[in-house]
Design a protein around this ligand. Sequence first.
Ligand code: PBG
Length: 329
Amino acid sequence: MSFPQTRLRRLRRSESLRALVREAAVEPGDLVYPLFLCPGEGVRREVGSMPGVFNLSVDEAVRDAEEAARLGLGGLLLFGLPESKDEQGSGAWDENGIVQHGLRALKESPAAKKLVLIADVCLCEYTSHGHCGLVVDTRDGFEVENDSSLDLLARAAVSLTQAGADVVAPSDMMDGRVGAIRRALDQEGSEDTPILSYASKFASAFYGPFREAADSAPQFGDRKTYQMDGANLREALREIDLDLEEGADMILMKPAMPYLDVIRAARERVGVPIGAYQVSGEYSMLQAAFAKGWLDHDRAILESLLGIRRAGADFVVTYFAKEAAKLLG
Ligand code: PBG
């Protein structure tokens, strides 16, 4: 049946009709809000390339978390800027580390502890060289070692769990880290802590502003020997299969907007919950366009999130989480 019997415009004639037949939706509970914790008290330092995003001392972060809870957000994703860095990234598994401290404070707030507290597990914010694993010198420069990094990542995951993380989210892209983390958690009696693995993480220019926010830019070289090549969809699916075999409970896809096809392919392949990360560069380019008056702020935020949900993500990590929840509410 085609035109004139079929007229798709009939179901677009009013907002109530459009609402009735709407296929995908964004709700505050599907959104996860990233926080960047830093030392000190009363610190609320805006990130230059991310207007509206702040480095927050723990007391300030608790306030933001309480607001996030009032807005009905699903959870928080925690990153840390440590007091000092070293070659190994020991701040990542320090029981008095910045994120560990933040987790304990958030768990003391009746409002904040209702959120799912997800701890990012990586070394790059804690290493002096800014890489996500251990660096060794080689004849032709340097190498980010895989196997020797696994133990450190596992220690970080255990420490963050003991401090109160509800979920750990390894973002380093070392091979075998999900299995190493699962074994370490089980050994420490944390067999009920889920792993959200950044299974499909591409080496992307869109992480640029984050590296300012988290002070985690590599001091030499780049991340192309561990993060994925942007051209590879089949490889992304292999990463996902392997992480699930190693025991990942959920997967995170990243970035989102330039990789919506990868999210869709993952959705069609696996049954586990899928999150997508609308990363810093996606946020910053929209903010830049808003500042110029080139895009409609409210509509562009919601459309960008709806596209990610429609592609197949169950939840979205986004710096717009609070603003989106206000718009939806
Ligand atoms: C740490 C990590 C990064 C992001 C999340 N976890 C940076 C990177 O891989 O360089 C990026 C998030 C964003 O851009 O918003 N490895």
